[in-house]
Design a protein. Sequence first.
Length: 120
Amino acid sequence: MQNQIKLTPTEILSKQFTKDVKGYNPDEVDAFLDEVIADYRAFASFVKDSKDYIDKLEMENAKLAKRNHDLETENGGLHSRLDGIKEGTGVTQENMAYIQRISKLEKKLYSLGVNPQQIK
C-alpha cells in the first residue's frame, strides 16, 4: 500500500498550478487542497500507526508461538515419563504394597531426623 501512494502531504501542499483566465478561483482551490492535505496527513498517520500495531502483534505472536512450542515439547517429555505408570482408580494388592513400603521408609527417615515432606 505504501508503494501505491504517490504524493506526500508536503508535495500536495507545495503544488503550484498555472494560472489561466478561464480557470477556477485560486482561493477555492487552496481551501480545498488544505482539506485534502489534512485528510492525507490523517491517513498517513493511520497507516503508520497500523503498521506499528501490526509489527507489535507479529512480535507477540512469534513469542506465543515459541512458548506454545516449548510447552508442547515439555508436554511430550512428561507424557513419555508417565507412560510406565498404570492407569486405574481401584486399590490393588500392588498399590497396597507400595503404600506399606513408603510408610516404612517415611518412619525410618523420621527416626533419622529427616522430614520426608521436605525432600524434593
